[in-house]
Ligand binder design. Structure first.
Ligand code: ASP
Length: 343
């Protein structure tokens, strides 16, 4: 398949795409007292109007309308924000005059929000998230260029129907694949094993592959008011069953285990998870490794224990899908495995 490309050429303002920018906070909207400080700053304190004003080139790329949906550090993100964002995105996408939507976000939980929106927003129009590793006050802040890139992608017809995308450091990733892989580097995101979908630079957008699994309009999932309680436990040398027991006592409807290697689980944790499953708690095996997939029945007896394998989803994305699947009424292992094999 030939790469899908678009190049922005100078156009009259009325011919430019109309893009809605929804801001939620994060380091892209962060500020520190001194420009050399890139770690001790407050996230989510700079308003969206100032972020946009810092990128004069935007006037050549899009007609923009902006909304401040939240002003938070994404480490504190509450899943209720996914419901709010999904509703705002769908309301904007329903407007004929809106061509695409950009969401600015913190990097810490971006991969979770991106996947939650990818599975729940019902639109073919481009929805593009972006973020930054350095606060807006920093020397060589990366937010302005990332914002320009995201707005350029959102205005590109080639981005339609690809689900939620993340434009970051010139690359375009699928929401399903993207993972934060560095605590400090400007090139902080990757799509492990599979790679980016394409790139954006100087007004040019190029996709080298498309998204294969169903998303957005092709899923049955909705971002409703109530997200079922799903927790994550980690397996490691000397792990105990205490976390599983506490989560079950706390009313968890599902538990994702960040297993070792190919989703293998310490015997004491596995016993506790098996008992939890017998009490109706959904159990999904993912891996703490960071790349690769988890094979069904590969490193734990899924059939015998009623566990589900997360495949290529990391534990945080597996939790998102499990919440949505439970909310959609799925709870039996075979049905949940089909969900994980499909989305
Ligand atoms: N803690 C920040 C956040 O996620 C980090 C960032 O945006 O880079 O909001």
């Amino acid at each position: 398949m030939a790469p899908m490309t678009t190049t922005q050429s100078p156009a009259s303002p009325a011919a430019l795409p109309r893009i809605a920018v929804l801001a939620t906070g994060g380091t892209i909207a962060g500020s520190a007292a001194d420009a050399a400080n890139t770690s001790g700053y407050q996230a989510g304190v700079v308003g969206v109007d100032r972020l946009l004003a810092a990128v004069p080139a935007l006037s050549q790329v899009a007609r923009i309308e902006a909304e401040q949906v939240a002003s938070i550090d994404s480490k504190d993100l509450d899943v209720a924000l996914w419901t709010t964002l999904a509703a705002r995105i769908m309301a904007l996408a329903a407007r004929e005059d809106i061509d695409g939507i950009v969401v600015t976000h913190g990097t810490d939980t971006l991969e979770e929000t991106a996947y939650a929106l990818h599975l729940t927003v019902k639109t073919d129009k481009p929805v593009v998230m972006t973020a930054a590793m350095r606060p807006s006050s920093a020397l060589s802040a990366d937010g302005p260029l990332n914002l320009l890139g995201a707005i350029t992608v959102a205005g590109s017809p080639a981005a339609r129907g690809q689900g939620v995308l993340v434009a970051f450091n010139n690359r375009i990733h699928s929401a399903r694949d993207i993972v934060k892989t560095s605590t400090y580097a400007v090139d902080a995101f990757q799509s492990p094993e599979i790679g980016a979908l394409g790139w954006v630079q100087d007004g040019r957008v190029e996709f080298q592959r498309t998204v294969v699994r169903p998303h957005t309009v092709a899923t049955p999932f909705v971002a409703s008011e109530a997200w079922p309680l799903v927790e994550i436990v980690v397996s490691y040398a000397g792990a105990s069953r205490a976390a599983v027991d506490a989560f079950v006592a706390g009313g968890a409807r599902g538990i994702v285990v960040a297993g070792t290697g190919n989703g293998s689980i310490h015997a004491s944790v596995q016993t506790a998870l098996s008992e939890a499953r017998a009490r109706g708690v959904a159990v999904v095996r993912a891996s703490r490794v960071g790349s690769g997939h988890v094979m069904r029945n590969g490193a734990a007896p899924d059939d015998a224990c009623g566990f589900v394998s997360a495949g290529t989803l990391n534990p945080y994305k597996a939790r998102v899908l499990l919440m949505l699947a439970l909310a959609a009424g799925e709870s039996e292992p075979a049905a949940l495995q089909r969900v994980f094999d499909t989305y």
